[in-house]
Design a protein. Structure first.
Length: 117
């Protein structure tokens, strides 16, 4: 199993980034996918999640209206479009795959997002 995030980088406040997470080694469409982030000295927190079909999404209050999670099951990829970025969005962003009928989860290695002028 592999989850490989990409798309992170340095962006100015108010800017946008799109993160991607390419998955392999499992039946992608059978898994919920989520994005999490961890800032230095803070706990890892859930940012957004999406069901296997993409029909159900959930967002943390702090990103609602700014971030959009989506997935392309034909490409085994989940995305996080981040708009109106703020310095407090600076963190390492991780994608996670989990199946509600099975214990455990898969995690990617993370991608750094830095919002700074």
């Amino acid at each position: 199993v592999q989850l490989v995030e990409s798309g992170g980088g340095l962006v100015q406040p108010g800017g946008s980034l799109r993160l991607s997470c390419a998955a392999s080694g499992f039946t992608f469409s059978s898994y919920y996918m989520s994005w999490h982030r961890q800032a230095p000295g803070k706990e890892r927190e859930l940012v957004a999640s999406i069901s296997g079909t993409g029909g159900s999404t959930n967002y943390a209050d702090i990103v609602k209206g700014r971030f959009t999670i989506s997935r392309d099951n034909a490409k085994n990829t989940v995305y996080l479009q981040m708009n109106s970025l703020k310095p407090e969005d600076t963190a390492v962003y991780y994608c996670k795959a989990y199946n509600l009928r099975r214990p455990g989860a898969y995690w990617g290695q993370g991608t750094q997002v830095t919002v700074s002028s």
